[in-house]
Design a protein around this ligand. Sequence first.
Ligand code: YSA
Length: 358
Amino acid sequence: MQHEAIQEITAAGTLEALQAVKTKYVGKSGLVTRELGALGKLPPEERKARGAEINAVRQAIQAALDEREAVLKREALDAKLAGEAIDVTLPGLPLPAGGLHPINRVYEDLVNIYERLGYTVVEGPEVEDEHHNFEALNVPWYHPARDLQDTFWLEEVPASFNGPLEPGAAPAPSVPRLLRTHTSPMQVRYMVDHEPDLKVVVRGKVYRYEATDATHESMFHQLEGLVVGDGISMADLKGTIAEMARGLYGAGAKVRFQPSYYPFVEPGADFAVYWDNPRGESKWLELGGCGMVHPNVFKAVDDLREAQGKPRVYEGKTGFAFGLGPERIAMLKYKIPDIRYFYANDPRVIGQFRGELG
Ligand code: YSA
């Protein structure tokens, strides 16, 4: 029996076939098992010798089974690995590349134009205080923009919120904070920290507590410009805006100024550009506000500087400022019909800008 069993084990070509042989000989009712079961029927004097004999056969069969099983398993594994071999010459799986958000693309365009004109580019705190956002910009306490309905007012936050306190400085008295409603407070902050002459653009997010629609969001972006020196005039302002319009829309772009009111400029204006779109869609596009820096703003800056022990250097200076929303430019440039698409995180919209970094 041992001889036949070993032959069958050697001939088993698969793990299933081997299992069948195992069952046949050493399974619950296998041939060897049955022989062992029959020992009880033998006379006691034969039982011991016969038992040892059958056990030896069983052990030999089991050893052969184990050995064959190991061989078959290794063969099965080798076959599986051969089937799964990696072809290193195949191209890898493509990883989707990111891309610049349309607003950042417009910012890139704008910043390139202004850097070429010699401007410094800065950002600034989004959490502001009333003084920088309104008061120092000559916005009177009764101006509607300061209303609870138009501004996101914050619970009071620690004085260190916008950066570390000077070592050893006493914490400033807590003042009401708000989310800046425009980038103009950075005009004040920049002038407090720098002396004229200066040329600076500010980029960043602003917030307004207002209902959203296709052209209004409660969080959007602005680009703010400020130039201060001696003898700066409205002509410099117009030339600068015209240069920006040509940079954005090509040599044919025209600029229109209309009188407007902003408390921090005098005179103030709104500006729009008209550009020759080859698809015949040319029209005036209102871009933002601008004007000559109001003397009260220079005075407020000098007051803040004086409080910090810095010299008063702004009285008697002249300057212009402007502010615009890049969302408008991006909506037209990329034909995005609703401003809310920019921030809805819908990959069907934003995914269209994937992989293009410019
Ligand atoms: C004016 C004169 C200066 O000397 C300097 C800056 C300014 C701009 C002023 N600080 C301001 O915020 N004016 S604004 O309220 O008219 O906004 C400027 C631009 O931001 C608008 O032309 C528009 O493009 C954009 N904007 C305003 N509210 C918006 C918005 N974009 C999206 N959603 C909103 N809710």
